[in-house]
Design a protein around this ligand. Sequence first.
Ligand code: NDP
Length: 256
Amino acid sequence: TAAESTNAGTPGTPGPGNSLTPTGRSVLVTGGNRGIGLAVARSLAARGDRVAVTYRTGEPPAGLFGVRCDVTDEAQVERAFKEVAAAQGEVEVLVANAGITRDGLLLALGDDAVDEVLDTNLRAVIRVARHAARAMLGGRWGRMVLISSAVAFTGSPGQTNYTAAKAALVGLARSLAWELGGRGITVNVVAPGLVETDMLREVRPARLEQYLAMTPLGRAGTADEVAAAVGFLSSEQASYVTGAVLPVSGGLGMGH
Ligand code: NDP
């Protein structure tokens, strides 16, 4: 049928028509070599998208196009976008996922811990969004999904740097939604709660218990559950959703 042929996706043709499951888009996931980013990358690739992931060391994950890139370095990001464009077309879907924690109570938090977290979790997101916007404007279609956190809304002792950066992504997404909306580009935020990845291993057990007690679903989520939300926001079905914050948190921090 016509719908099926549209669903097959046409490389280089962004946002195919009103297909319900457009595929074959050029996707870039930062920090897509493990954790949530890898789950997002795999799920979009399974739908037929052409997916590139950034990685910093070692080997890129099997079956995905890897570009070596530290997102805090403008020259590396510029090169990464060029490599992705050459390999699979200009980026049409950006998932800004790379992130770190360097926790500590404010009085003990050195400038290096503040700088590193703000550089990675905020300034680098602005940087990749700028490159992605350039890439998407020509095609008059695009999807950006920024990975924030439920603690951006609840606050979290010992995470002033992290929560400040993650909360800032909401303002960033909403300003960009205004700047790019006229060109068919949406910009949304996903705010995960506790998700089973390497990052969770750094959280103290007592703190984990507190978070779980604040989570109606009473468990940590999986990276695949976050990937499902990113998949929706990056899809054509989400064509009228922009500037939104979608919590994927088992109810942690709901109401914000
Ligand atoms: P992981 O620690 O498992 O993975 C982090 C990813 O970010 C890795 O791929 C890492 O690459 C990449 N990364 C970090 N710094 C850079 C950098 N400078 N340049 C390029 N890549 C970088 O974390 P998660 O998968 O758990 O987290 C993914 C996102 O989700 C983060 O933004 C995090 O803040 C957010 N989040 C996570 C939650 C959780 O409970 N897990 C909850 C709420 C939000 P490398 O392998 O090279 O280090």
